[in-house]
Design a protein. Structure first.
Length: 329
């Protein structure tokens, strides 16, 4: 059971990620019938201000490292630092050895790595930091594009909004769905995205040095529900199939089949968000033919099933609708 949370803050603190930890674990929501956690903010020294990455902002922790002792959860905020005082690392190791769950938000994972807590463990970070994480801590098993990774006593998350997902995941895991739904309702966010969802889906944008393929690409988007062979597309572009494939790769960075598949997945995302069409109907609308093929490509690109994606982002999702009504939106 989660009863006490120690938020560990260091110099060069990222304000948003720290705010996420405070918002999820530190607010008194007893008027909503939700449990109140023993929440404390801990720094290397009590009452010594720490600089934030946002100009002119100082954070002054009430507690020093002794505040980590006895905490059920130690939540490590994001920081630009990559070298850390040994007393901080000792305190983090001691908390972990004593049975605390350790959570990092975004670049807070580097503190865990410096403490040796990532060795042989799965973890993640913001996509822009995973290469640095691998270099610094080669024994860590870095998952480069997941929202968060739950290793039981070690939970790591990607940047910014993924920190919300990881925090809410921990609340659900330790306190149950009723509590996490209540917190999410007040925050006006979905109760939780799945940790296996990709951090982002990168849509290739054609950067055409000439206008040769632009009309073909536009036509493919307008007819994404239809079957397209490379030969037929090449004929539309007035090229041989071989020349078309080479030019397509040069201008989009991928093959016609992969580009079209991604556009179909992106279209299906919008339909899952904005309509109540069934997965089978969406599959036909997007050119997949059937739900099985849509599920295959959707999970491969996005990291979760269409049903799970709709639960988080669909306009008809009960949690989101309830949250919006509660907030008066």
């Amino acid at each position: 059971m989660l009863r006490s949370v120690a938020a560990l803050v260091l110099d060069e603190l990222a304000v948003f990620e720290f705010g996420v930890i405070c918002e999820v674990f530190g607010l008194d929501r007893s008027e909503d019938g939700l449990p109140v956690l023993d929440f404390r903010v801990c720094g290397p020294e009590a009452h010594v201000p720490l600089r934030a990455t946002s100009g002119g902002v100082l954070i002054t922790p009430d507690s020093g490292l002794e505040g980590l002792v006895g905490a059920d959860l130690v939540a490590v905020g994001a920081t630009r630092l990559r070298e850390f005082p040994e007393p901080v690392l000792d305190a983090l190791r001691a908390a972990h050895d004593a049975g605390a769950t350790i959570l990092s938000v975004c670049s807070g994972v580097f503190v865990l790595g410096a403490a040796g807590l990532l060795d042989g463990r799965r973890c993640t970070a913001h996509w822009n930091a995973v290469d640095d994480l691998r270099v610094r801590y080669p024994l860590a098993q870095v998952e480069p594009d997941l929202l968060f990774v739950d290793e039981g006593d070690l939970v790591t998350s990607a940047g910014t909004a993924a920190g919300i997902d990881a925090c809410l995941h921990l609340v659900r895991r330790e306190l149950g769905s009723a509590v996490v739904n209540g917190i999410a309702r007040r925050m006006v966010v979905p109760p939780q995205r799945e940790g296996g969802q990709r951090q982002y889906v990168d849509q290739p944008i054609p950067e055409c040095s000439v206008d040769t393929l632009a009309p073909v690409l536009d036509w493919m988007l307008e007819h994404v529900d239809e079957d397209h062979s490379v030969a037929a597309l090449a004929d539309r572009a007035g090229m041989s199939a071989r020349t078309f494939a080479r030019r397509f790769a040069a201008e989009t960075g991928t093959t016609p089949v992969r580009w079209l598949t991604l556009q179909r997945v992106l279209r299906s995302q919008r339909l899952l968000e904005d309509t109540d069409l069934s997965v089978e109907e969406i599959a036909r609308e997007c050119g997949f033919g059937g739900a099985a093929l849509l599920r295959h490509h959707f999970r491969r690109q996005v990291g979760v099933s269409p049903a799970d994606y709709r639960r988080s982002y669909g306009c008809g999702a009960d949690a989101v609708a309830t949250a919006m009504r509660t907030a008066g939106a």
